[in-house]
Each structure stands twice: as C-alpha cells, then as structure tokens.
Design a protein around this ligand. Structure first.
Ligand SMILES: Cc1cc2nc3c(=O)[nH]c(=O)nc-3n(C[C@H](O)[C@H](O)[C@H](O)COP(=O)(O)OP(=O)(O)OC[C@H]3O[C@@H](n4cnc5c(N)ncnc54)[C@H](O)[C@@H]3O)c2cc1C
Length: 442
C-alpha cells in the first residue's frame, strides 16, 4: 500500500503541452501504416515514436515531464504503521565514475514520480498535437494477418475490419492478441495479492487532525510516500466500508489509517487484483505483422516498479527497429525487436517477484535489524532502448536469419539468461530454497 499526502503545489500546475511549443524534427516518413490498439502509456508512446524516429527527442515533453514529476521521498512501514526506515530520497544505486562533477564522483539519476492521469494526459496531448488519428470506443475482438498481402487486421465488436502494414497490440493485460502470437489465449493468473488505490483531495483528508499529524510534509517542504508492507490484496471500485472489512482482519492495523480510508469518497477506491502471466518469449505473430507491447506482452508485479517503463521502452525499441528495417522488412523489425527485448523484460519480471519477497521478509523482521530494499541497478535505469536497437539490430537480425551468435547486453552484467516460470519460483519459496541470481543485478 502506498500512501502519500500533501504534495507540493508544483505537482498541480495546469498543462500547456497540448497547445504550444516545439515539436522534434522528424525523419522522412517510412511509409509503414501502423495501427495501435490501446491508449495506455505503451500505445500512446508507440504512436509518438513511430511518428518521430529522428535524432531529436521530445524537447517539450522533457520540459513538461520535469514540471509534472517530482522527486520521491519514501518511508517504509510495517502494516501497523510502525516506521522501518526513512523518509529518504528514493534514488537508484549511486555509482562512482567520471562525470561532469569530476573524476570518480558519485553519479545518480533522478527517479521521476508521476501522477498517472497527468503523465497520461501529457502523452495524449502530444499525440493530438502531432496529428495522429485516435479513435475511441472501438473494441477489438480479434487480430489477423495475411502474409500474402503483407497486411494485418483487427476485427472490431461490430465486425468492422481495419487493415494496416503492422498492428501493435498495446491492449494491456487482457489482450486479445495471444491467439495470433501463441496460438492460444493465455489468461493472466491471480497472484493472491491485491492493492486498494484511491485519489482524494488533500483538504478532505487533512480536516482530521489525526491524519494531518500522521502524514506531515517533510522539513524541506517535500511530500513523503509511506509504503506499508505486509498485505497487498483489475479495477473494481469499492467503497471505504469494503476496505475497512479487510483492515479489520489485520493485527495491529492502526486507527489513523482507517480514518484516512473513511475520508475517501464512496466507491472511489480501486481494488487492483494483482495478476501475473508466465514470461512469454513470443510477442510476434507467425507472419510478423502483429506485435504485442506493454502489459499485453509482459505483466509485472508493482514491486518491479517497471511495468509502464518497460511498455515505454518497448515503444521506443519497436519504432527504432521499424525505421532500421524499412517498409519492406516489417516482419523482421518485429522479430528483432522481440529478440532485443524479451530477456531484459523477463529479468525485470523476476526482480518484481524477488523484491516482493524481500519486502515481505523485511516487514516481518525486527525493525531495528532491517532495511527494506528493492534492487534498482544501473542496468535498469541507464538503458537507452533506441540506442540499443541501433547498435544491435544487424547483429540480432543475422542471429535470426543465419544462427550467428548474439548475446543481449541489456540484462544484468554477467547474467546468463535462463528461462524461468512462476511455478518454479513459488516452489522454491515453499521449500525455502534461495533463488541465486548470477551476474551483477544491483
Ligand atoms: C498497483 C500498481 C502499481 C504499479 N506501479 C508501477 C510503477 O511504479 N512503475 C511502473 O513503471 N509501472 C507500474 N505499474 C504498471 C503499469 O501501470 C502498467 O504496466 C502500465 O500501465 C501498462 O501500460 P499499457 O499501455 O501496456 O497497458 P494499459 O495501461 O492497460 O492500456 C491498455 C489500453 O488498451 C485498451 N484496451 C484493452 N482491451 C482493448 C480492446 N479489446 N480493444 C481496444 N482497446 C483495448 C484499454 O482501454 C487501455 O486504454 C503498476 C501497476 C499496478 C496495478
């Protein structure tokens, strides 16, 4: 559960990105007609990146991103609210190297923390500004392709058929595209965990002096996110009374946390059932004209902190591969993209499971002995998927066409990728066997 109140005012500034500013310089069009199903972050960024594909990135979105995001301070708590550690800035692992601040200095990167609607709006505004056509209210029931005509299709609920050179399935965890990529639907499995999420006006919560006292602004004026570990129980709206029934069953759950829940408006709490799906190595249809990205290709536990990020990396990588391949080689672009991305994503999925375990263990340990952690190594946050696609496209293509050796380098340094399954991990957990990670994950 993540609880954050009292955000600084700068997080609530109005948006301007949709109406003014500078667009990046565009490469000459590839002529590839791309149809994207799904307007989540992966789908929206895929549209923008297919539009751009020049050297310049998104100057205005970078500025807007700085404005709407904020640095996250985080404190870790047990399920009864007891502090384990923090609050402290949430930063990726610092590394000593030569940089602008001198030789062998500590380098860190900023972690951008966003409100989801604000980030989504930034992308949607930019999509509107570059003039991409977005059609709302169309429900895809089927994906098809015809290698002879070099076309892919989606079939809508009303039986309308829409064609393109490439169809990108960015339709999230319940994607209808598995029948064409894997030959069968692969439903996501419940993890047994769930997260209640709600957004409520700060003033509404802080009228209660007890809540006001428990969720103060930091001395530096920043807000702090409290992460409470111990329970984590798609998107079903429930009222405070349902959540209170759950919290009533938790030993030591404090009254002030219930007061915060009661301050939430009726039916405004989302009950997110956390789902997972075995890592699926094949994201591409046999003819290469339908490709999955984002949650449609891979599901993450929130403890990876990477689901949306990897969906966005997919979008950047796919657009770069399409540019490198050109219109005559769309199926190779999708296969190379799949090759470049799967192992990295699968490592990050595994990390979510391990982080989750570590946090649960920390929550049950003595607070004085424990420092809750999550791995956030530089191989995760320093990766540039566009650069990686440009560097590796030809090598990966040769590997796929003639079997020459190719090893991905966007995984933890020194790690040799081994396929894994959720059941194996659950079994290891049951039998108390430690999962040993080879290579440098942190
Ligand atoms: C509790 C929680 C915490 C998380 N925390 C983080 C975090 O800290 N960092 C991070 O990076 N990620 C995080 N994630 C993950 C992140 O939210 C998702 O990975 C990301 O939103 C997926 O984006 P997407 O574009 O792939 O899919 P979605 O956002 O699911 O978008 C799919 C789109 O497809 C549309 N669609 C679905 N079916 C159809 C259809 N049949 N026809 C037409 N359209 C369709 C939907 O309406 C939707 O617009 C978290 C997730 C949860 C649940």
């Amino acid at each position: 559960m993540g609880i954050e109140l009292k955000q600084p005012d700068s997080a609530h500034l109005p948006h301007t990105n949709g109406s003014s500013g500078t667009l990046p310089e565009r490469s000459s069009p590839t002529g590839i007609a791309v149809l994207i199903v799904g307007g989540g972050v992966a789908g929206l960024l895929a549209g923008l990146e297919c539009w751009r594909q020049g050297h310049e990135r998104w100057p205005d979105m970078a500025k807007e991103n700085d404005r709407i995001s904020y640095e996250m301070w985080i404190s870790w708590h047990k399920i009864n609210g007891d502090l384990i550690s923090g609050p402290a800035p949430f930063r990726p692992n610092a590394q000593k190297k030569d940089g602008p601040e001198g030789p062998n200095t500590l380098q860190t990167a900023k972690i951008y923390r966003h409100s989801r609607p604000t980030m989504h709006k930034m992308l949607a505004d930019q999509v509107e500004r570059v003039g991409l056509t977005v059609e709302y209210g169309k429900h895809v029931t089927q994906y098809q392709e015809d290698p002879d005509s070099s076309k892919a299709y989606v079939i809508l609920e009303n039986n309308e058929k829409i064609e393109a050179d490439l169809v990108v399935a960015a339709d999230g965890i319940g994607s209808k595209s598995y029948s064409i990529t894997l030959g069968r639907q692969v439903p996501a499995r419940p993890t047994g965990f769930s997260i209640y999420r709600a957004l409520l006006p700060i003033d509404q919560a802080l009228v209660d002096p007890v809540i006001d006292e428990k969720f103060p602004l930091l001395e530096n004026g920043m807000s702090s996110t409290q992460l409470w570990m111990g329970i984590e129980s798609w998107s079903n709206k429930v009222g405070p009374e349902v959540v209170l029934q759950t919290t009533a069953t938790i030993d030591g759950w404090p009254d002030f946390a219930d007061r915060l829940i009661k301050a939430t408006a009726k039916d405004q709490i989302h009950d997110f059932k956390l789902m997972w799906r075995e890592p699926q190595p094949c994201w591409v249809s046999p003819g290469g004209r339908v490709v999955q990205i984002g949650d449609a290709a891979h599901s993450f536990l929130p403890s990876s902190g990477n689901g949306a990020t990897q969906g966005m990396e997919d979008a950047v990588s796919l657009a770069a591969c399409l540019r490198l391949a050109g219109k005559d080689n769309v199926p190779w672009a999708t296969r190379v993209h799949n090759k470049l991305r799967f192992e990295r994503v699968s490592c990050l999925q595994m990390l979510g499971v391990l982080n989750h375990e570590m946090r649960n263990r920390s929550a049950n340990a003595d607070a004085s002995q424990t420092k809750p952690i999550g791995i956030l190594g530089s191989w995760i946050w320093k990766h540039d998927p566009e650069h990686y696609a440009i560097e590796n496209y030809e090598k990966a293509l040769r590997h796929l066409t003639s079997g020459s050796e190719f090893l991905n380098t966007n995984v933890p340094p020194g790690h040799v990728y081994q396929p894994w399954t959720i059941d194996e991990i659950l079994k290891a957990k049951e039998t108390g066997r430690e999962i040993v990670l080879d290579g440098d994950w942190d």
